[in-house]
Design a protein around this ligand. Structure first.
Ligand code: SF4
Ligand code: SF4
Length: 186
């Protein structure tokens, strides 16, 4: 049996609670740690240490660095099962998203995330498989789906939006002028 973990609450950064509430996790303090959300969470099933209930617990005791050092929050599948099952309407998924916003503010991003952001900027899809066109063709679909891939103007608009966000100020992905050639009004 694992040794119980001793937590020194005096070391916690309790302003994290206010930050999370401000960034979309307004119902954080309604959580009673009942673990219903954990029982349905794919992250918990896959063995990530900080799934919904444990993220909330860590926020409540101000364990900012622990959460930022761990990649669990990026493994959330956005399935929203936790939101549906929570008896207190805490919306745990929104709290995961709020914690991601805190992480972005502090540059605590896993490489996989920056790859996704770069792909979003370059082609309009965070997850993009270069060979997908061939597979689509095989089953009778147009090689390019009716998304930014088939609509260059939409991609230019998306790039213009992204270049106006805080993401551009962070400079973690290249957003060069050449990639947004041509004017666009957004
Ligand atoms: S978020 Fe809801 S379901 Fe999850 S532990 Fe808290 S009260 Fe229970
Ligand atoms: S939305 Fe995220 S945190 Fe909620 S159950 Fe799904 S994977 Fe878990």
């Amino acid at each position: 049996m694992a040794e119980p973990q001793v937590i020194d609450l005096s070391l916690g950064e309790l302003d994290l609670v206010d930050e999370i509430k401000e960034l979309g996790g307004e119902e954080l303090l309604e959580c009673i740690q009942c673990a219903k959300c954990a029982a349905v969470c794919p992250m918990a099933l896959a063995g990530f240490p900080f799934f919904n209930k444990r993220v909330i617990q860590a926020i409540l005791i101000g364990s900012r660095e622990t959460l930022l050092d761990d990649s669990s929050i990026w493994a959330c599948q956005s399935c929203n099962r936790c939101t549906e099952i929570c008896p207190r309407q805490v919306r745990p998924f929104e709290i995961i998203l709020a914690m991601r916003r805190v992480a972005v503010r502090e540059f605590a991003l896993p490489t996989l995330t920056t790859d996704g952001l770069k792909s979003l900027f370059d082609v309009g899809h965070a997850v993009y498989l270069k060979e997908a066109g061939k597979s689509r063709k095989k089953v009778g679909l147009p090689e390019k789906p009716p998304s930014t891939l088939a609509h260059p103007q939409a991609l230019r608009e998306l790039q213009a939006i992204m270049r106006k966000t805080a993401l551009a100020e962070l400079g973690i992905i290249p957003m060069g002028e050449a990639e947004v050639a041509g004017s666009c009004e957004v």
